[in-house]
Write a protein that binds this ligand. Structure first.
Ligand code: DGJ
Length: 752
């Protein structure tokens, strides 16, 4: 019997328990699987809040219940509910049998508890290098003995996360069709929650939606072939009294990058069901005799410490149990990317000039973005033709790479392997290699089409040409982009009755390619991207330890985008760059100081022509880089806390605490200057109450903001010492600044 998972034979109760939570499943009538509890750890589950069953009108009984009208699957708290068989709530799965029946009946058929966790073949999945996690596998079997379902639950000793996945196995003699295959489901006994989710659009990703959990179904989902900018595979249910720092919060996320769905349903009696997994819209999967299907993993996190607590659980879990890259715990190089500096208009000379300026400023990595291949001088051509444009780069990418590296810098390259331009040699040679239907005309996005990565020969081609390009270029970093969503999801390699498999097969193909390429080049730092943050999800994070947060580089917009992203992902995963003003996306003019500090809250870099700056700006950038090198371990390896939210008002504050707790960087941003402003008190979090801390204030360059300088002097806490309890309970004063876009930073150093 395991240490983290206990099965009580008598009560038929599975109790999964670590220092952070208890999760309880019960088998009733030797058949039905009920969800009984999830929350603070319980010493022992004795069923104090016993199931109350009563006769509920219009809630049917299974046949074997002998007409006891109190028993109905429609009202019981269920662990993995079916449909069309007495439970009218949102199902976790649905199977169509060979004769067209869409009702199924499964019963409990045993369990297995073992150390470690299963890898999910061909898909990103969490792992436990220390081998201390435990897995419970519950087996269900259909009454006709033709199908099995395995429910997997993995609990880790060091994490608030519970990982779930499901495997369907056809043990019968006929083909069946999965119409829905959720990764996780559970029922809460009430609906006293606030529901949080993340919504957005291109260049406006991950805004926070906070809503009442209402009666009926609420859904966050994507049918775009990608997790998308528009909705994220995440929701949280927070108790009404919970806030950023305290209270019960239940977070849900999926290790999946394709079409997903996360639903909550508050039903007639006020209970709440949560179901998450592949979006059943646009999905079916045929299981032939002997075949099995494994769902993506769902990750559920329970935090008693508010939304920040939930985010910290996710952050730690991904970094320790999901991100595979050897760079996961390494400091990320400060980069300059030429995209907003040159767009497609570059040549070797310009890139080398950028490298010289980068070197002078202290930047560590030069990234060559889109436009180095085929005849790509705008975004209408050449995707798929991954050979160097010798007109722009006579010595090839390899030539530039060598010269950049000779300067003591690293070199990085942009690719978009999943796509093909209509105007490309690849498309002319293989027009059938794209996702398209012959029955309707294709829709175009950025004049490009999506390669049908469900097909082995297309995957092989992509792996080969991209690997060759990477090998030839000799790069330290790759930015892997993906710039359109899927329409007409149809694969010419599939029969008619399997066409709804195309979207999932595509994303499985993407995973296979990423697996091959990232394993072939383990030293390369990969950054995923999809027109900014259109695939900022845990599936991508398995292969690539960071992602470009957004195509919107405006620092004011970034406050919200980075805050929203931080609900689920830590700063080390967020590509954040300083760009020019007026900002290219929204036209706003903000001070370099403000732009710098906002971008320093992640994987920091510049995305502008760093050679065409005034001497004063160059001096300021040098200072920023020096400063960032000092705070980088706190930002990228420490613990992140949201102190003030841009979704609540004019001010944003974040803190980053070093791993050993001895240093903290606090960032404070005020967007607009106001008349009759309130004086703010910023209460810090996560210090030791009895430890003494010294404060130093980041001084902005003299020329930058004289008013700011006088603001900082007026507070004058530079060099002063305070105990942790005072800093956390009384806090720091934020005197209103007489300027827009004010940004400040303090370093809090433990001295005793
Ligand atoms: C979209 C990305 O988000 C940008 O950063 C840039 O790489 C362009 N694609 C290039 O086409």
């Amino acid at each position: 019997m395991g240490k983290l998972i206990i099965f009580d034979e008598q009560k038929k109760v599975f109790h999964l328990k670590n220092n952070f939570y208890s999760y309880v499943i019960q088998i009733v009538m030797d058949k039905y699987l009920l969800h009984r509890y999830w929350g603070k750890p319980l010493r022992e589950f004795r069923d104090s809040a016993a199931l109350t069953m009563m006769d509920r009108g219009f809630s049917p009984q299974p046949e074997e219940i002998n007409h006891d009208r109190r028993f109905s699957l429609d009202v019981l708290p269920r662990e993995y509910p079916d449909t069309n068989h007495g439970d009218f709530r949102t199902p976790a799965y649905q199977i169509m049998l060979a004769d067209g029946t869409t009702a199924t009946e499964f019963g409990y058929n045993g369990y297995r508890i073992y150390e470690g966790k299963p890898a999910i073949k061909g898909q990103p999945h969490s792992f436990d290098k220390a081998g201390q996690c435990e897995t419970l596998e519950i087996e269900l079997i259909s009454v006709n003995n033709d199908l099995k379902i395995f429910l997997n639950y993995t609990i880790f000793p060091d994490s608030n996360a519970l990982v779930r996945s499901v495997k369907f196995v056809n043990i019968g003699t006929e083909n069946v069709k999965l119409l829905n295959a959720g990764s996780l489901s559970l029922d809460f006994t009430d609906h006293d929650f606030i529901r949080y989710s993340l919504y957005g659009g291109h260049a406006a990703e991950r805004s926070l939606e906070r809503s009442e959990l209402f009666r009926g179904i609420q859904e966050n989902s994507s049918t775009r072939g990608a997790s998308s900018h528009q909705q994220s595979p995440f929701i949280a249910l927070a108790r009404r009294n919970a806030d950023e720092h305290q209270g019960d919060v239940y977070g849900f996320s999926l290790i999946y990058s394709g079409n997903f769905s996360i639903r909550t349903e508050v039903e007639q009696f006020g209970t709440t069901r949560v179901v998450a997994g592949i979006n059943p819209a646009n999905f079916t999967w045929t299981l032939e005799k002997g075949e099995s299907f494994e769902t993506p993993e769902g990750v559920m996190v329970y935090s008693a410490d508010g939304l920040n607590g939930m985010s910290k659980c996710f952050h730690n879990f991904w970094q320790k149990h999901l991100v595979r890259s050897k760079h996961v715990n390494e400091l990320r190089p400060i980069l300059v990317n030429n995209w907003e500096a040159t767009y497609f208009d570059f040549n070797e000379e310009k890139i080398l000039e950028l490298a010289d300026c980068a070197k002078e400023l202290g930047i560590e990595l030069v990234v060559l973005d889109d436009g180095w291949f085929g005849k790509r001088n705008d975004d209408n051509s050449s995707l798929g033709d991954w050979f160097v444009n010798r007109e722009k780069l006579p010595a090839g990418v390899a030539g530039i790479s060598e010269k950049v590296r000779a300067k003591g810098l690293k070199f990085g390259l942009w690719v978009e392997p999943e796509m093909v331009s209509v105007d490309s040699d690849l498309f002319r040679a293989h027009p059938d290699w794209t996702i398209h239907s012959n029955a309707v005309k294709s829709s175009y996005g950025r004049n490009q089409l999506i390669l049908d990565l469900g097909r082995a020969e297309v995957r092989e081609y992509v792996i080969k040409v991209i690997s060759d390009a990477i090998k030839e270029a000799k790069v330290d970093y790759i930015k892997w982009d993906m710039n359109r969503h899927m329409t007409e999801p149809f694969s010419n390699a599939l029969p008619a009755d399997r066409q709804l498999e195309a979207s999932h097969r595509y994303i499985m193909g993407v995973y296979e390619i990423m697996e091959a390429i990232t394993s072939r080049f383990p030293d390369i730092l990969f950054e995923s991207c999809s027109g900014g943050g259109g695939r900022f999800d845990a599936g991508m994070m398995y292969y690539m330890p960071q992602a470009w947060v957004s195509d919107n580089t405006d620092a004011v917009c970034r406050l919200k985008i980075q805050t929203g992203t931080s609900l689920v992902f830590p700063p080390a995963t967020m590509g954040c760059h300083v760009s020019v003003v007026p900002n290219h996306q929204v036209g706003r003019i903000t001070p370099l100081n403000f732009r710098g500090l906002v971008a320093m809250c992640g994987a920091f870099g510049y995305e502008m022509d760093i050679c065409r700056m005034s001497d004063e700006d160059k001096a300021e950038v040098k200072e920023q880089i020096k400063l960032f090198k000092d705070i980088r371990p706190m930002v990228q390896q420490g613990e992140f806390t949201r102190l003030k939210s841009p979704f609540a008002g004019n001010d944003t504050a974040w803190s980053f605490t070093s791993k050993d707790g001895s240093r903290m960087a606090v960032m404070y941003f005020r967007i607009l200057s106001q008349m009759a402003p309130e004086v703010g008190y910023l209460k810090l979090q996560g210090l030791e109450p009895n430890a003494l801390y010294r404060i130093s204030t980041f001084k902005m360059p003299e020329h930058a903001h004289e008013v700011n300088e006088s603001y900082l002097k007026s507070n004058d806490i530079e060099g002063k010492e305070f105990y942790g309890d005072e800093l956390m309970n009384f806090g720091l004063t934020i005197t209103p600044a007489l300027l827009d876009f004010a940004a400040y930073m303090w370093i809090i150093e433990k001295i005793g």
